[in-house]
Design a binder for this molecule. Structure first.
Ligand SMILES: NC(=O)c1ccc[n+]([C@@H]2O[C@H](COP(=O)([O-])OP(=O)(O)OC[C@H]3O[C@@H](n4cnc5c(N)ncnc54)[C@H](O)[C@@H]3O)[C@@H](O)[C@H]2O)c1
Length: 318
């Protein structure tokens, strides 16, 4: 295994929603970065996304113009996946979330990289152990799960598969720190890891309450944003238990847990909408209805707010 501080070249494979932002972060932090995709249109879009990412970060004063320019110089895009892989010290795949595609990718990739190359997956929840089964040297397969938008959300889950070596885990955590991000170690690759398990628990209960008519969709989101989310950015739920008092939690949880949704099926309000083609912002209607032309402004507003919160939290942490 290459000592972490000698890791220089990164290949990001898959230039869809996640690949461009992750590549921009690697390149901006000094890694020679190659971004590959098999679709020319995806790669063209990715170049525009990378430019947009740097523009947003410079605009928010989270990056200087010179740093952005250096990042652009260190990032190359290619349609030739083997070219991107050759010489890479770390490969991060961000191809679609399908076990067969990812296993095939890793099996092929292993033929183009050195024995020391780390093979990381941005999978949202496929067990890393299953991906490791596709390669000759599974000890170098690791999860590196970023959140969307990847240039703004600072936490990255580093997931240990059953066969992942301690050196691979350590090198991956080192890389995450080099990116000015926060590595969190997931010791066992349970489906969905930690972030998505908790997010999906929140979503299941929110959908349940809405379906039961307990509150409107707008009001449920308001309670989560201003009652829960705001607080959780400063104190995690486990530390919050200590603040609230474990005795209080014990008495509330002993009657409330029984009443919470434990549905194993997807909520009918989602299933019905998917069947009608109401998929959310991508189709103009989902849980909420969007006016024509409203969506780009809404997305931009959310991005601006995320940047402001990030800056405020960084200030609060110093
Ligand atoms: N979208 C998110 O919010 C998000 C967040 C965290 C993690 N993830 C995970 O990241 C991964 C990628 O997600 P995404 O939303 O960016 O996917 P996407 O569908 O937007 O993009 C995938 C890209 O991979 C390309 N591709 C497919 N097969 C390829 C191959 N063999 N070689 C090179 N390129 C190939 C496709 O052309 C496409 O451009 C998934 O595992 C997903 O679960 C996604």
């Amino acid at each position: 295994m290459i000592p972490p501080h000698e890791l220089r070249a990164v290949a990001v494979i898959g230039a869809g929603t996640m690949g461009p932002g992750m590549s921009a972060v690697f390149a901006r932090h000094g890694f020679e970065t190659r971004l590959a995709d098999v679709q020319p249109e995806a790669l063209e879009r990715a170049k525009r996304t990378v430019d947009g990412v740097y523009r947003v970060l410079v605009g928010a004063e989270l990056l200087t113009e010179e740093e952005a320019e250096a990042g652009r110089r260190r990032l190359t895009c290619t349609l030739e996946v083997p070219d991107a892989l050759r010489g890479a010290d770390l490969v991060l795949e961000a191809i679609p979330e399908r076990l067969d595609l990812k296993q095939q990718f890793f099996a092929d990739a292993e033929r183009h990289v050195s024995e020391a190359t780390i093979l990381a997956s941005n999978t949202s929840g496929i067990p890393i152990t299953e991906l490791g089964k596709a390669v000759q040297r599974p000890e170098r397969v690791v999860g590196m799960h970023w959140s969307n938008p990847p240039h703004l959300i600072p936490v990255i889950e580093v997931i240990r598969g059953k066969m992942t070596s301690p050196a691979t885990v350590e090198a991956t955590r080192w890389v995450v720190r080099r990116l000015d991000m926060i590595p969190v170690l997931i010791e066992r690759d349970v489906p969905g890891f930690v972030e998505n398990r908790i997010l999906y628990a929140i979503m299941r209960e929110a959908l349940h309450l809405w379906n039961e008519g307990v509150a409107s969709a707008e009001d449920i989101d308001t309670i989560i944003r201003w009652g829960i989310g705001y607080k959780l950015a400063v104190i995690g739920p486990l530390a919050l238990l200590d603040v609230a008092g474990l005795d209080i939690y014990h008495s509330v949880a002993s009657y409330l847990n029984r009443d919470l949704s434990n549905a194993t099926d997807v909520s009918p309000v989602v299933t019905q909408r998917v069947a009608r083609g109401e998929l959310g912002v991508k189709s103009g209607r989902g849980i909420f209805a969007y006016e024509p032309g409203e969506i780009p402004a809404l997305m931009e507003q959310r991005m601006r707010r995320l940047l402001e919160v990030k800056k405020a939290l960084s200030r609060a942490a110093t």
